[in-house]
Design a protein around this ligand. Structure first.
Ligand code: UDX
Length: 426
């Protein structure tokens, strides 16, 4: 959706095809299928300029386009492998609809060698001897800033193995200032997986440092700052917290482990990254238990449910696991999220949803902060304390000011942060 809207914004004619008739009907009625800052306005603008249209028919999209992006979902199978059946199915249908040259570009995050499989599928499914090329053009968009990330990329990666494919894609991106890196298809596929895996590794690494820091009275925020000042390390993705969630890092790390396994390489580092990430969620629960002694029948107010701010996406969100574990221990959970509440009501059971943060912690024995939404930065500690039964904060994202919280009379526990009162370390 973001790719389509942004290509239209750049002046291209874009037709979006999806097999989900309801989604397409909704889009035709100008209803966005998910929340993403800036997307709705861009879609509406390009609809009115007639550069963007919607269809449920692959044949219509193929007929009207020279370049076809495959951007279907590649969800994880129980084994951890990416499920590529949608990619195959779409490639087959595209092949059947082609009557003259087309460039087919894989945009979905896919295991290395998917490009080759798409090539083979097209060759076997094509009706006549129609020429085509396959290319890989991975995206590096983050949810919550996807539109900006698309329009202002750090780099554009094009995996192409023919001059024509390379030229078509370079022309499509010609107005961008970012460097374009042209590679073979397998390298482009691996750049995407390697980039996500590396960022996930940075997060698990700083979370491991946080575990050490909190035992020795050091502050992971300062450690990250000090490490980040080294340009070889850099400050990004060194934010300790409840760990990474969302539909990319957890599934991509898992898929990369499986891809390596299949070619006979034991990707031990990534296995540790995954393990640290999973235990990070449990550590939040342990901190609540340590503060409340028993969680049974205690009331916990959870602030933030989305896997990160500026999105309503709850997939693999740390908050879901933390809530599940607290409920399993007998706690009663109240929750609030500025954007993800409608989605949360669908996936969470036995949670009391509140209209704001103060209502969520009303009568609570503990406040647990799980997503670093901007509005939580401005919380009034006095008001929170008056609303709560016990003044306890477990800050799973190190968002709040520990000193201010303590001055207001709270017992504050963050992640990898020095706790003067001896209550925090676990
Ligand atoms: C990620 C990649 O950043 C993007 O390039 C790729 O295309 C898709 O996957 P996204 O999942 O939208 O994007 O979010 P991102 O901002 O990368 O955060 C992922 C998770 O890591 C979130 O749960 C976030 O809270 C967590 N995170 C991120 C940390 O815990 N610490 C950090 O320092 C950064």
């Amino acid at each position: 959706m973001v790719t389509a809207a942004c290509f239209a914004e750049l002046g291209n004619q874009v037709i979006c095809v999806d097999s989900d008739g309801e989604r397409i009907a909704g889009l035709r009625r100008k209803k966005m299928p998910f929340y993403e800052p800036g997307l709705e306005r861009m879609v509406l603008r390009n609809l009115s300029k007639r550069r963007l249209s919607f269809s449920t028919q692959i044949s219509e999209g193929v007929k009207k386009s020279q370049i076809i992006f495959i951007a279907v979902g590649t969800p994880p199978l129980p084994s951890g492998d990416a499920d590529l059946t949608s990619v195959e199915q779409v490639a087959r249908e595209v092949a059947r609809a082609m009557t003259s040259y087309r460039l087919i570009v894989e945009k979905s995050t896919v295991p290395v060698e998917t490009g080759r499989w798409i090539q083979r599928t097209l060759e076997t499914s094509i009706r006549k001897k129609v020429p085509f090329d396959v290319a890989s053009n991975p995206e590096f968009l983050r949810e919550g800033s996807a539109v900006m990330d698309f329009l202002h990329p750090d780099r554009i990666v094009i995996g192409a193995e023919s001059k024509k494919a390379e030229q078509l894609l370079c022309r499509l991106y010609k107005s961008f200032k970012a460097p374009i890196l042209v590679t073979d298809i397998a390298s482009a596929e691996l750049i995407k997986h390697a980039s996500n895996a590396f960022l996930a590794t940075k997060i698990s690494f700083i979370n491991a440092i946080a575990c050490v820091a909190e035992q020795v009275g050091a502050d992971v925020e300062k450690i990250a700052q000090g490490m980040g000042m080294d340009p070889r390390i850099g400050p990004a993705f060194l934010k300790a917290g409840a760990g990474f969630g969302g539909f990319c890092f957890p599934k991509d790390v898992e898929a990369f482990i499986r891809i390596a396994e299949k070619i006979g390489y034991d990707f031990d580092i990534l296995k540790a990254v995954k393990r640290v990430n999973e235990s990070q969620r449990l550590r939040i629960v342990k901190k609540v238990e340590k503060q409340l002694w028993n969680v049974k029948d205690k009331v916990v107010g959870v602030l933030g449910l989305a896997f990160k701010p500026d999105t309503d996406d709850l997939r693999f969100a740390p908050a879901l696991d933390v809530i599940g574990a607290l409920q399993a221990g007998g706690a009663r959970v109240r929750a609030y999220d500025p954007v993800a509440m409608p989605e949360a009501k669908r996936v969470l059971k036995d949670v009391v949803f509140s209209k704001d943060a103060y209502q969520a912690v009303s009568g609570a024995d503990c406040l647990v902060l799980m997503t670093e939404w901007d509005e939580f930065k401005k919380l009034d500690f006095g008001r929170l304390k008056r609303a709560m039964r016990q003044p306890v904060i477990v800050d799973g994202r190190n968002l709040l000011d520990p000193e201010k919280a303590r001055k207001a009379g709270f017992r504050y526990v963050g992640v990898g942060r020095h706790t003067l009162d001896g209550w925090g370390a676990s």
